[in-house]
Design a protein around this ligand. Structure first.
Ligand code: RP5
Length: 153
């Protein structure tokens, strides 16, 4: 199946407007491969109902992967992962403790609910990993990734 640029394939969900700058890296990476995405700013603890509705919406939109970033006690990516079988890529955000609180909250998910976790503040890599997941299905993304990695390294 070929990638159709007008379809939203990735949802980017982060917990607060204050995460925006860090999370822009994910959009930057997805833009390189012309992958459509939609961004949602929703807190898991301030607005859990809206978050659940949004996860349903993201599935209905046909998204194939979710990128989620949060700081502090970062339960957002894990909560999302527990409510969908779409792969969830977590981005730990450095707010306090050099981001280790967030890293451990995201990476230490109990079985059988994994969150594929990238480095602290490394949302760009989350975008690349999302592209790699999509490249299993979309040949054009696979070809672009191969070219990109050769040129960039
Ligand atoms: C987390 O708490 C957010 O993801 C953010 O990283 C952190 C601080 O949020 P704000 O108090 O700036 O809204 O939920």
């Amino acid at each position: 199946m070929e990638f159709r640029g007008d379809e939203v394939k990735v949802a980017i969900i982060y917990g607060s407007k204050s995460d925006e700058e860090v999370m822009n890296g994910a959009s930057e990476a997805l833009d390189k491969f012309s992958i459509e995405y939609e961004v949602f700013v929703i807190s898991a603890h301030r607005n859990p109902k809206l978050l659940l509705e949004t996860i349903e919406r993201v599935e209905k939109l046909g998204c194939e992967c979710i990128i989620s970033g949060a700081g502090l006690s970062a339960h957002l990516p894990g909560f999302i992962a527990s409510n969908t079988i779409l792969p969830v890529i977590g981005v730990p955000i450095n707010v306090e403790l050099n981001g280790f609180d967030s890293l451990l909250s995201i990476v230490q998910m109990p079985k059988p609910i994994p969150v594929a976790t990238v480095g602290i503040n490394n949302s760009y890599n989350a975008g690349i990993l999302a592209a790699q997941i999509l490249s299993l299905k979309y040949k054009s993304i696979k070809e672009s990734l191969i070219k990109y990695r050769t040129v960039e390294s």
